[in-house]
Design a protein around this ligand. Structure first.
Ligand code: SF4
Length: 377
């Protein structure tokens, strides 16, 4: 961001923006706005505005920052110049909000402004200056690893994908399992290579009793030595009646699944899941390796068909979840799971009647927050 000293100042000479005039004007070169100015008319005429000077009426008045950020998000390409009651502490924020230049108040020290501009070495949130955020910087090497793993193993057998996860991230891998209808396949694939890999089970307090029995049965049958039940914390506070699933299932999943899983996030760089493309919805283009908020998700069964799953069950004489006998083809919590017919997606019985298809554990936290807010509104 340029710092305009005395002699380069021009904002004060411009007329205050007139929104009516703006709508009717054909050749606008430069305008002056205040923080209270509406962004919409400016955006509507953005192609005709080469320069906009935004005046800050007081150093505590942050509206000019918001105006600039909204204009940049809305595609305003013209030059944005800040003027008025500005102090050096404003400098980094002006740059982040998309200002190209700041007119320094009379008597301001350019050195102070320069120092302030360079005072933050990292950006924590995305903004109009498109500076790489700390999160993006941290994730960059992992992203490259995930791309390389997909390029190498996209069509590899599931056992090779599991092996790659276990050998390339030793001690940092866990399996995420609901002990549902098809869970035995993925668990068997992992146990064949290492039965001591931690298996994370999100014990929502809302599972069918047969699921809990099946968990114990599979644990014994496969020789799993480290099955961990992750239970919701503060359920009594946030869901005192235990019926949050009725009013806001996204919030219920957040409380009983997303947060418990997040609590063990520092312990594992990699989670192996049982997700498959045949589940449909957001899983239709599921790759074997994904990066979800800094954690690698491995989906060794991503491209498996229903027939392959059935064949694997038979070939390895794996026990079936008892509820599959009753038409339950995807099994989660009892309030949100129903049987589904053969001509429906396997997950059609989950949250039936709602537009909800995922609990959120495989989605970015921003998606989860937006879904909770959307359903609460
Ligand atoms: S699946 Fe249903 S009961 Fe289970 S956590 Fe989500 S909303 Fe709650």
């Amino acid at each position: 961001m340029r710092l305009l000293e005395a002699g380069e100042r021009f904002g004060a000479d411009l007329p205050e923006i007139g929104l009516d005039e703006l709508a009717g004007s054909n050749a606008i070169v430069a305008l002056r706005a205040g923080g209270e100015t509406e962004a919409a008319p400016i955006l509507a005429a953005r192609e005709r505005i080469g320069r906009l000077v935004v005046a800050f009426s007081g150093f505590k008045d942050g509206r000019g920052f918001s105006l600039a950020a909204i204009l940049r998000e809305g595609g305003f390409q013209g030059e944005l110049i800040a003027t008025g009651d500005l102090i050096p502490d404003h400098a980094p924020m002006l740059a982040r909000c998309g200002f190209d230049a700041a007119e320094l108040p009379v008597g301001a020290s350019v050195e102070d402004w320069r120092r302030a501009l360079g005072s933050f070495s990292a950006a924590y949130q995305p903004a109009a200056d498109h500076a790489a955020t700390v999160w993006a910087r941290r994730g960059a090497p992992l992203k490259a690893q995930v791309e390389a793993l997909n390029a190498e193993l996209r069509d590899a057998p599931a056992s090779e994908i599991v092996q790659a996860a276990l050998t390339r991230f030793p001690g940092r891998v866990a399996v995420l399992s609901s002990f549902g209808a098809e869970a035995a396949v993925g668990l068997h694939l992992v146990a064949e290579q290492d039965a001591s890999v931690p298996v994370l089970f999100l014990d929502t307090d809302r599972h069918f009793i047969p699921t809990l029995d099946y968990r114990d049965q599979l644990t014994e049958r496969l020789g799993l030595t480290d099955v961990r039940s992750l239970r919701p914390v503060e359920a009594e506070t946030h869901d005192p009646k235990g019926d949050l699933w009725r009013s806001n299932p996204d919030a219920c999943c957040d409380l009983r699944k997303v947060k418990p899983l997040a609590s063990v996030r520092p312990d594992f760089d990699v989670l192996i899941t049982g997700r498959k493309r045949i589940h449909g919805g957001t899983r239709l283009r599921l790759p074997p390796f994904e990066l979800v908020e800094g954690q690698i998700r491995v989906n060794p069964l991503a491209n498996w068909s229903t027939d392959e799953i059935e064949a694997y069950f038979d070939a390895n004489t794996l026990p079936r979840h008892p509820l599959t006998q009753g038409g339950y083809r995807s099994i989660g919590c009892w309030p949100c799971t129903q049987p589904s017919s053969e001509d429906e997606d396997a997950r059609a019985g989950r949250w039936k009647g709602l537009d909800k298809t995922e609990c959120g554990i495989h989605m970015p936290s921003r998606w989860v927050a937006e879904e909770i807010a959307r359903r609460a509104s």
